[in-house]
Design a protein around this ligand. Sequence first.
Ligand code: GLA
Length: 407
Amino acid sequence: MLRVLLIFGALCGCIHALDNGLARTPPMGWLAWERFRCNIDCKNDPKNCISEQLFMEMADRMVEDGYLDAGYEYINIDDCWSSKQRDSQGRLQADPDRFPSGIKALADYVHKRGLKLGIYGDYGNLTCGGYPGSLGHLEVDANTFAEWGVDMFKMDGCYADPKTMKKGYPEMTKYLNQTGRPILFSCSWPDYERASGIEVDYKLVAENCNIWRNYDDIQDSWQSVLGIVDYYAKEQDTLAAVQGPGSFNDPDMIIVGDFGLSYEQAKAQIAMWTIFAAPMLMSNDLRTIRPEFRELLLNKEVININQDSSGHFGKRVLQVTPSIQAFVRQTDGPCWPTVFLNRGSGGNPTNITVSFSDLGLPIHSVEGFDVLDLFTGAYSGYLTPDASYSYSVPPSGVVMVKIGTAE
Ligand code: GLA
């Protein structure tokens, strides 16, 4: 076995998070984009177009099918919700045909059910989908969202000069704070800087944003999930150093329950997003999702780890075989969530045997370990600190365990 990286390297104890009291743990909820895109054809596709009906139906499902109880609380509008014109006072307005009751009424609807509402805008002249952007209107837009009762704002960066974002995004932070309404700020800024070769100042990002995108949009495929995981692992030291309560890296939406991922791949996405302590913003159709995917999304043990109060970003610590990598995360307690990710597509599961010391666990300061498989419930019982343990890792899938201390 080849040890690629030593785990718990210097975790910077000096995270300067945006201090609006929000996102103390990774935000959980639902976001329209990956699954519903910019479908505005309500005439021919009334069930799936971007309309108030869609968000109301998802809100109902979130409450009635157990997602809210499990912690998923934000229901987020993405692009293509607005009218192509601002109103006579220069304010954004919802498309009157698709959102006839307006955003405030939708916010009331979701608040009544114990949920929160997120909305989308763009720092540039236009949103990525070609709707009005906020450039020159930052303050009025922040005030409008606050008046409507919006709880999260994702500010995208299309049709903007990435060189101006280090100044522009913090301006929006200021305007959001000035509204006096707690609005979770989701920034796409670092991704646009990265894509145009500008060095990202993550300290500044974390001071101004609650969550931030740093890499390509997720698509409905395993390849896309792996691409994001690879980028996160490559940049893990940088990303870990700025993450903590109030400020989280955002590898993009959870696509579990859509068309592209198998059951094992779906487990893998949830497991990896939990290792990274990433936001859990599902983009799927909760009205038709298959029960086995719903169950995965509601797995309590996994959610507890994702929501651990430390917010620590887990790291790739070991290349176990050419196709299997191990990722380990710290939590607040003496417990190390660990994922073995198999990128291979060989037909049968691969058996691996890994010692606790290979995983970088503190073998000299504990009396022993125990291992709980979070998806099967299998339990190891007491194991000595110098022991090895075996795992059977399915192709393009994971084993996810919680390694705890035991006597
Ligand atoms: C960009 C963002 C996506 C989504 C679309 C909307 O691509 O990264 O998450 O918001 O714009 O047009």
